[in-house]
Design a protein around this ligand. Sequence first.
Ligand code: UDP
Length: 234
Amino acid sequence: MTYSKRFDGRKFDEVRELEAKVGIIKRAAGSAMFRMGKTVAIAAVYGPRELFPSFLQDPKKGKLKCIYDLLSFSVTERKRPGPSRRSTEISMVTVDALEPVLDLSKFAYTGIDIYVYITQADAGTRTAGINAASLALADAGIPMKDLISSVAVGKISDKICVDLTKEEEDHPEGATDLPVAMGTRTGQVTLLQMDGNMSQEEIKEALKMAKKACEGIKEVQVKALKDKYKEALK
Ligand code: UDP
């Protein structure tokens, strides 16, 4: 059996409805919300500020740190509160996805903290979190070479799809999930993970879809940043 029609009626290369807003947490240096369908991520950036523990301080560059958490009420099944192997992994890949567009040599001795919280989860939380964190860094005025845009592509049965929902990830015929993050201006891919199996040809096709989707995501991110300044000028 093939997956001929998506559960939510989207085209195979169509992302879910997107929504973005920056400046949602007034006390933070920068903050943002990014929604992809029913997946909602909020991100807050604090710093550059004094880095603790102090042995981590580097005279050559600042340290980017991230705490990602999928909040217990974000999912319908029981989820134990607090850190897990999964949240540690996603915190790490979020830093790896964002660091290449930052010049941390400008922030010697200091730390930049990114907090990513998932308030509603329907798959793709690491990608929504990266989109929110990238916007929060920009909102904090941290110089960036590019915004990072992120989406998961994958294979359901024999069909390559973009931005999978949880229902799609749990398809009875199996699904492959391939989260991608990239700077669409530089073309640099900063996150590439895969859970499942795909042939080289399928990966190439999926990456093409991811690039197109990330270009659309970037437009939404840029608009959110511009909207904040439009409001400020009113
Ligand atoms: N999920 C869940 N409970 C958990 C972890 C994950 O219900 O403890 C769900 C959630 O909807 C998440 C999805 O499983 O978005 C897929 O999780 P995965 O680890 O693949 O990462 P993600 O796709 O969220 O980046």
